[in-house]
Design a protein around this ligand. Structure first.
Ligand code: ZN
Length: 171
């Protein structure tokens, strides 16, 4: 099992126990190279990690897809792959143990990006969150309280309806 942070193959199991719902074996591992800890879950293929949507429908939680979205949003921003992995795998851990729902995952992702990088936050918002109007989007950006340049960039992105329109540097 490779370390999600440094990709080293030298990891060992610190402890192992059934997950809270009894449907998986949870293993706490430690990397022998970077000494970070991470969790793995062993479950049957039929018992994918499900999260509840607001509609009540269940969907499979796919950490790798979330990681991809975050990579897109933080492209060329001062954010490391390690930061993103730490967030996503930490979130996965919580979905496993605390049964966090889809709304909560979305909310935490936005909160995380907000503290991480304004531009990445705006990109993510403009691409992945449905706004019924440009006004509401701009309102959300105002609440961000970022500097005037950031807000101007966000408003341009909102009007263009295209994340690529968000300049890397709003100078
Ligand atoms: Zn490592």
């Amino acid at each position: 099992m490779k370390c999600p942070y440094c990709s080293s193959s030298d990891t060992h199991v610190v402890n192992s126990r059934p997950s809270d719902d009894g449907h998986a074996i949870r293993r706490r591992r430690e990397c022998d190279t970077c000494n970070r800890r991470f969790t793995t879950y062993e479950r049957t293929q039929l018992e994918a990690l499900m999260v509840k949507k607001r509609s009540g429908r269940l969907e499979v939680f796919q950490p790798d897809k979330l990681l991809d979205k975050l990579r897109v949003a933080t492209n060329k921003r001062p954010v490391t792959e390690k930061d993103l992995r730490e967030f996503v795998y930490g979130l996965e851990d919580e979905v496993q143990t605390a049964h966090v729902d889809a709304d909560e995952i979305g909310r935490r992702t936005l909160e995380y990006l907000k503290t991480l990088d304004d531009v990445a936050y705006i990109r993510y918002l403009s691409v992945y969150r449905d706004f019924d109007s440009v006004d509401r989007f701009i309102e959300e950006i105002r609440q961000l309280g970022g500097d005037a340049d950031t807000r101007a960039a966000a408003e341009r992105a909102a009007t263009a309806g295209d994340a690529d329109a968000t300049p890397d540097d709003a100078s």
